[in-house]
Design a protein around this ligand. Structure first.
Ligand code: P6P
Length: 337
């Protein structure tokens, strides 16, 4: 395949979307630089003193891994200097991060999960960085506020993820299809490897943590039974594939077809809206899924149409092949949910 860089691809192919502006290319360049730095540390994690936990817990009440913290710091440090952002929001930070006045600022907003799946780092399983890009809604000369950030997923200018695994990949959309790039470490460039990704309309895989079966309500149990049954619309049981890293599970299902599910469960402490975050996980991946011909719902609502009420709002998530996601929504509807 001819070697096409991200910059060339954005300039050549993303001509219609707002992303075609040079500012977006600048933003993507610094996001890619951050990811290269994170990839370097993830790939050497076992050799440096950055494995394991910091002993702190984050705003989510989760153990902060040293690499989580490194990835978060790297992104904030690099992106506040990119000159096109006015604010950021990270899964690791309770409040929005305003770009300091000493730096050139712009109209874009970056929301990210710096290192999703970080509990898998110590056992050398894929982790990833998920990002979502919005434009502020208030005038540029006003102070940016939370209201600028709490926008529904349909307002995203671009979204995607970096996957740190056997190879380091960038998968993103700016509203004109989904494109995958693989890092060539010998030249330090992400080169186009998966142009115009399309997700099969029905998969052969379902991804869910079945250990929560006893904490699900009856309609959810029936949905999981459907994918395990041979009497489903596919006519055969789906295979269960669950890595425990959302980005890894999502990426496999994006390329091969399948559905990832994280329903509400009634464990203690009960999370009435599930575990995954709307703004830095569900919404960006829903944009990618839909742009690749897939779908994403919380069981009742299209993920992209959910307007967040708070920065770290959680949602149940069913995302992947369109026919599989549609079936989930139909089963919840029939159950009167
Ligand atoms: P569970 C990782 O902590 C994460 O946020 C996602 O990457 C992953 O899909 C999910 O949680 C795994 O959660 O409850 O199955 O361990």
């Amino acid at each position: 395949m001819r070697q096409v860089t991200v910059t060339e691809h954005v300039l050549l192919h993303q001509t219609k979307s707002p992303a075609a502006s040079g500012k977006f290319t600048t933003l993507l360049y610094d996001l890619i630089l951050s990811a290269k730095m994170i990839a370097r540390s993830v790939n050497k994690a076992g050799l440096l003193d950055i494995l394991g936990a910091t002993g702190e817990t984050n705003v989510q009440g989760e153990q902060v891994q040293k690499l989580d913290e490194y990835a978060n710091r790297t992104l904030i440090h690099r992106m506040e200097r990119t000159g096109v952002l006015c604010a950021m929001a990270s899964e690791e930070n309770a409040d929005i991060i305003k770009v300091p006045e000493r730096f050139k600022r712009g109209e874009y907003i970056l929301i990210f999960d710096p290192l999703d799946g970080s509990s898998n780092i110590d056992v050398n399983i894929n982790v990833g960085t998920i990002f979502s890009i919005l434009k502020r809604t208030s005038p540029n000369d006003e102070d940016v506020t939370l209201a600028d950030i709490l926008q529904s997923g349909t307002e995203q200018v671009a979204a995607g993820y970096f996957l740190y695994g056997p190879s380091t990949m960038l998968v993103y959309t700016s509203g004109e299809g989904v494109h995958g790039f693989t890092l060539d470490p010998t030249v330090g460039e992400f080169l186009l490897s998966h142009p115009d990704i399309r997700i099969p309309e029905r998969g052969k895989v379902y991804s869910v943590n079945e250990s929560y079966y006893h904490y699900w309500d009856e309609p959810t149990r029936k949905i999981i039974e459907y994918f395990k049954s041979k009497d489903n619309e596919r006519g055969a049981p789906y295979s269960l594939r669950y890595v425990g890293s959302l980005v890894a599970d999502f990426h496999r299902n994006l390329l091969n077809g399948g559905i990832f599910m994280y329903p509400v469960d009634h464990r203690i402490p009960h999370k009435p809206q599930g575990k995954l975050r709307l703004m830095c996980e569900a919404s960006p991946l829903a944009f990618v899924a839909e742009q690749a011909g897939g779908a994403a719902t919380d069981g009742k609502r299209r993920i992209l149409e959910i307007k967040p009420g708070e920065l770290h709002e959680r949602v149940p998530l069913f995302i992947g092949s369109a026919k599989d996601v549609e079936h989930v929504a139909k089963m919840y509807e029939e159950a009167g949910q």
